[in-house]
Ligand binder design. Structure first.
Ligand code: LLP
Length: 430
C-alpha cells in the first residue's frame, strides 16, 4: 500500500469512516491478490511440487476463507475455532493443515473426523491422540513433525519460535523424537510425511531458513541410521517480514525462496532421493500491508515541554501490537497531507492503560478533534488479536476493490460482548 493515500483502491477513507463508523479496518483486496501473485511466481510457479498455506492466525473471517479458496491456496489453522470457521465458510478440509501446540482432544477429533489434509504434530503424546481418533473414524491423516531447530531469529522475543527454548515443537534430539516418529507406524491411518519448522515472524534474513535446513538435514541423516522413513514433505513455515513505516525494507519473496530451495534441492540430489514437496505458511506478508485502521480523533492534550497526547476512539483493543511488542506504525490525518507537518504527537487509545499508545512519536499537521487518523499496514495480527478490554466492541471490517466497498465483518455490538453473562445469583427477594 502506498503512504500519503487518503483513498484506497478508489474508495475514500473519509467516506468509509462516515458510512461504517470508527474504529474500522479496511483491506485492499488488490494488495492481497498482488501478494499471492508474487508468492506464486516466486514459489509455486518457480518450483514444482510446492504449495502455499495461508496462516489463518494473521487474519481470518468468512470472507478471508473465501479469498483463500478463490486463490486456490491452502489454509493453515491452529485451533478448533479457526478450523470450525474455515469449514463453515466452505473450505475443503483436505486443503487445511492443522498446526499448533497443545491441540485439545476435541480439536483433534474434529480435524480427523472432517479429514483435514495434514496434522503438524507439535508435542509428545500427540500422535497417540491422533491415532485414537483416526482409528475410530477410519480416516487417514498424514503427519508432519514440527521441530525447533535451535535458531535464534532477530525479532521480538515473543514472536521468535524456532529456538530450542520454546513451547513449540520438538528439539532435534534423536533419543526423544525417534519414539514419536516410530509411533506413527502403529496405525495405518497416520503415515509419517516429514518435517515442519517455523522460525519466527517478521524475519528479514534468508540465512535463518538455510541454517535451519542444515540442522534438519543433519538430523535426518542421523534418523535414517535408525529408521527407514521417507521425507515426503517439508514445511518451512512463514515469517517473511514486511515494512510498517515508509523507508523500511520490503523484500521480495524470491529473496527467501531462492537460497532455501537451492539448499533443499542440493541436499536431496546428493542423497539420490526425490525432493520432498515444500510448503510455506505465510500470514503477515499476505495481509499485513493490505489492511489499514481508521480512527476518529477525540481529545487533544498538550503538556508544555513534555508531549501532546492525541486520543483516538480505538487502541490496544483493536491493535495490541504496539503495547505488546513495541511495534511501530505510521499514521496520517486523512485529507490534511498537504498542510505540511506540524508537531510530533503521541497517538493514544481509549483504554485505561498508560501503555495504550498506538504511535509514540508521529509528526502530523495541526490536529483537530474529529480529524480522521489512518494507521497503515495493520492488516496482520490486528483484528485477529483484538480484545474486549474495557468492554470496547471490536471494529468492523470493510474490503475495498475497484472503487467498491464491501462490509465483510460487522462491528461488534456492546450487547454481543456481554450476551453470555447471567444475572447476579444472590439477588435478594423483593
Ligand atoms: N506458521 C506457524 C506455525 C506460525 O506459528 C506462524 C506465526 C505462521 C506460520 C505465520 O507467520 P507469519 O508469516 O505471519 O510471520 N502476533 C505476532 C506474530 C505471531 C506469529 C505466530 N506464528 C505479531 O503480531 O507480530
Amino acid at each position: 500500500m502506498s503512504w500519503n493515500n487518503h483513498s484506497l483502491d478508489g474508495c475514500h477513507l473519509e467516506e468509509l469512516a462516515n458510512r461504517y463508523g470508527t474504529p474500522l479496518y479496511v483491506y485492499s483486496v488488490k494488495t492481497m491478490e498482488n501478494k499471492i501473485q508474487e508468492l506464486k511466481q516466486a514459489f509455486t510457479e518457480a518450483y514444482p511440487n510446492t504449495r502455499i498455506a495461508y496462516a489463518a492466525k494473521a487474519f481470518l473471517n468468512k470472507a478471508m476463507v473465501g479469498f483463500v479458496m478463490d486463490q486456490g491456496i491452502y489454509l493453515d489453522v491452529v485451533s478448533g475455532g479457526e478450523l470450525t470457521l474455515a469449514l463453515e465458510a466452505g473450505m475443503d478440509p483436505e486443503r487445511i493443515e492443522f498446526n499448533g501446540n497443545n491441540k485439545l482432544a476435541w480439536e483433534i477429533e474434529l480435524a480427523v473426523k472432517e479429514g483435514v489434509g495434514r496434522i503438524i504434530v507439535d508435542g509428545y503424546g500427540e500422535v497417540e491422540l491422533i491415532q485414537h481418533y483416526a482409528n475410530i473414524y477410519k480416516q487417514t491423516v498424514p503427519l508432519l513433525f514440527r521441530i525447533t531447530p535451535g535458531i535464534s531469529a532477530d525479532s521480538h522475543d515473543y514472536i521468535v519460535t524456532g529456538k530450542k527454548d520454546s513451547k513449540f515443537g520438538f528439539p532435534l534430539d534423536l533419543q526423544r523424537l525417534l519414539p514419536e516418529i516410530q509411533a506413527t507406524q502403529e496405525s495405518p491411518y497416520t503415515p509419517f510425511y516429514g518435517f515442519h519448522f517455523h522460525l519466527g515472524s517478521q524475519l528479514f534474513e534468508p540465512e535463518l531458513y538455510t541454517e535451519a535446513l542444515d540442522l534438519l538435514f543433519t538430523f535426518y541423516d542421523e534418523l535414517l541410521e535408525h529408521i527407514q522413513v521417507d521425507f515426503k514433505e517439508l514445511n518451512i513455515g512463514g515469517g517473511f517480514g514486511i515494512p510498517y513505516r515508509p523507508g523500511e525494507p520490503s523484500l521480495p519473496y524470491s529473496f527467501f525462496f531462492e537460497p532455501l530451495m537451492t539448499k533443499v534441492t542440493e541436499y536431496f540430489e546428493k542423497k539420490g532421493l526425490p525432493r520432498p514437496a515444500v510448503i510455506t505458511e505465510p500470514g503477515r506478508s499476505i495481509v499485513g500491508e493490505a489492511g489499514l485502521s481508521l480512527y476518529r480523533v477525540g481529545t487533544v492534550k498538550t503538556l508544555e515541554g513534555i508531549r501532546t497526547y492525541v486520543s483516538v476512539d480505538g487502541g490496544m483493543t483493536d491493535n495490541i501490537r504496539p503495547a505488546l511488542y513495541q511495534a511501530k506504525y505510521h499514521g496520517e490525518l486523512v485529507g490534511k497531507d498537504r498542510e505540511g507537518k506540524g508537531e510530533v504527537v503521541t497517538i493514544c487509545g481509549k483504554c485505561c492503560e498508560s501503555g495504550d499508545i498506538l504511535i509514540q512519536d508521529l509528526e502530523i499537521p495541526p490536529v483537530d478533534s474529529r480529524d480522521l487518523l489512518v494507521v497503515y499496514n495493520t492488516g496482520a495480527y490486528g483484528y485477529s488479536m483484538a480484545s474486549n478490554y474495557n468492554l470496547l466492541p471490536k471494529p468492523g471490517i470493510v474490503w475495498v476493490k475497484d472503487g467498491k466497498d464491501y462490509l465483510v465483518t460487522k462491528p461488534q455490538t456492546i450487547q454481543q460482548i456481554y450476551e453470555n453473562d447471567l444475572d447476579y445469583p444472590f439477588k435478594k427477594d423483593e
